[in-house]
Design a protein around this ligand. Sequence first.
Ligand code: UDP
Ligand code: MG
Length: 336
Amino acid sequence: MTPVLYIVVPCYNEEKVLPLTSPMFLKKLLDLASAGKISRDSRILFVNDGSKDGTWKLISSLSDLNPHFAGISLSRNRGHQNALLAGLMYAKDRADVTISIDCDGQDDINAMDQMIDAYLDGADIVYGVRSDRKTDTFFKRTTAQGFYKFLNLMGAEVVYNHADYRLMSARALREFAQFKEVNIFLRGMVPLVGFKSTSVYYERHERLAGKSHYPLKKMLALAFNGITSLSIKPIRIITGFGFLVAAISLVGIVWSVIMGILQSPTGGWASTVSIMCFLGGIQLLSLGVIGEYVGKIYLETKARPRFIISETTGEKPASGESTGESSGSAPEEKGE
Ligand code: UDP
Ligand code: MG
């Protein structure tokens, strides 16, 4: 039996680009179905992430026109990662396999053929990896590459140049559903699921319309969230630095004592004050980093829902489930 594929597409204020990319997604779905690789019950599932423009109206009319289109709408804007999670969690009960992709046409949809082939070959997770970034601006390319290097340096291991274009089987998603954390960074968490995984390479295009929602500020926030949700290496670095400073101070003390005995005490308040200021700064920074982790714990203990679905379109609810789905604190039906 051919698998049911759900292409999960998060959309935030994308009324400009959706009319261009939705026919491309549909064509790819129909081509894959005609090639006998996926079932004709497959769907393109748009996730409206609380858009303020006409995105949801557009999704609703697409799904009215063609049964291959479906949509869910979140009750408010929750950010790309939560929107994607909402779509994947919704799809996991309806599909055999999912592919997540951005709606702006930047990721080459032709890589889906190889992804599906890899799935049919037994892979549960297939990462879409950008083979080059020629079309990105110099700034975007450098910051994005710095982003991956910094993440790895800080102990958050991610697949290099892989964003959120990936195939996941329903089995991998069911296991992933047990990852209950509220601060999510999907590309760092998915490899933790394990199973057979592989990568396919594609060239990244330019956005077809509209503009990026990831300026430097948001990218830094994403990197920071990724690091703190995947690794405690920054705290270890602080501990290491503490040891280093303590060791240097010990040498300084011994040196001052020896100089004192030799009757030539070291003078100069400037050096003393600057060292104190430097250490004061480092201490504040360290407190900030530790505070960041404490804040994360605070948010995690609340375990608020990561998303709330307010509306759906073009889709029958999966068996035994209502459409007012929310996730996060809700207990999973699945046993441990
Ligand atoms: N997106 C979203 N919620 C947000 C911001 C972005 O669902 O709050 C979606 C957006 O519609 C797009 C994807 O996430 O499909 C990636 O965003 P974008 O293309 O702006 O990022 P970039 O490719 O420039 O990193
Ligand atoms: Mg984009």
